[in-house]
Ligand binder design. Structure first.
Ligand SMILES: Nc1ncnc2c1ncn2[C@@H]1O[C@H](COP(=O)(O)OP(=O)(O)OP(=O)(O)O)[C@@H](O)[C@H]1O
Length: 195
């Protein structure tokens, strides 16, 4: 189980962003997280992913704190361009994490023809699919998907969610889906939390 318990956080001297927040995601469970803009959803997602340390409170993965090495809690943002090295080819970006097979490439609509290109040489929607596929390395146990489909066309959105949900179910992957799109969350989440 991925668990945040009594988490508090603030960015420097600015006011408190998270005040004693607790949340849990079980393996194979899809939890929706929504709430007004600026309430701290992305901050909580990054804390769960080990990017930020809480001021107080704990984050545990199956009872253990975040450790060095491959991160079993992968964070995906709305803007994949910020999370990939612009000097690496698409092929290197993916294979640095793992080597997905043909079926996975097809399910996520990723083409090997892009492998020799750089991130700015594929479209935003294509890069998002690359980022999602990269995050699904075998060691990934939980995925924090932060508004990942907001800028995509409806067809690409549907393709990504269908592939992600199928993969999560098959592999017991837990997902925290952060979104303002309540109809989307009602379709895909087992339960929805309002921060
Ligand atoms: N690096 C940072 N430094 C200082 N303040 C920050 C930083 N990142 C976020 N904040 C502030 O922390 C608060 C929470 O931001 P966060 O991005 O977690 O909210 P959110 O609920 O995800 O918002 P949205 O729905 O608009 O994406 C906001 O007031 C934001 O301005």
């Amino acid at each position: 189980m991925l668990e945040a318990r009594d988490v508090c956080f603030s960015y420097g001297a600015a006011g408190r962003v998270l005040d004693h927040v607790s949340l849990a995601v079980r393996p194979g469970e899809v939890v929706g997280l929504t709430g007004r803009s600026g309430v701290g959803k992305s901050t909580l997602g990054r804390i769960l992913s080990g990017h930020y340390r809480p001021l107080s409170g704990r984050v545990t993965i199956d009872g253990e704190p975040h450790a060095r090495g491959f991160n079993p809690v992968q964070y995906l943002s709305q803007s994949p361009a910020f999370s990939v090295d612009p000097r690496w080819t698409v092929g290197r970006v993916i294979s640095e994490a793992w080597r997905p097979d043909e079926a996975m490439l097809r399910a996520f609509g990723v083409s090997e023809a892009w492998y020799d290109r750089y991130p700015h040489e594929i479209s935003g929607g294509e890069l998002q699919r690359v980022a999602v596929l990269r995050a699904l390395a075998p060691g990934t146990r939980y995925l924090v998907a932060d508004e990942i489909s907001a800028p995509l066309d409806p067809l690409t959105q549907a393709q990504i969610w269908m592939a992600l949900l199928a993969h999560a179910q098959k592999n017991g992957l837990g997902m925290l889906v952060i979104s303002h799109d309540r109809p989307l969350l009602r379709r895909i989440a087992d339960r929805i939390l309002d921060l």
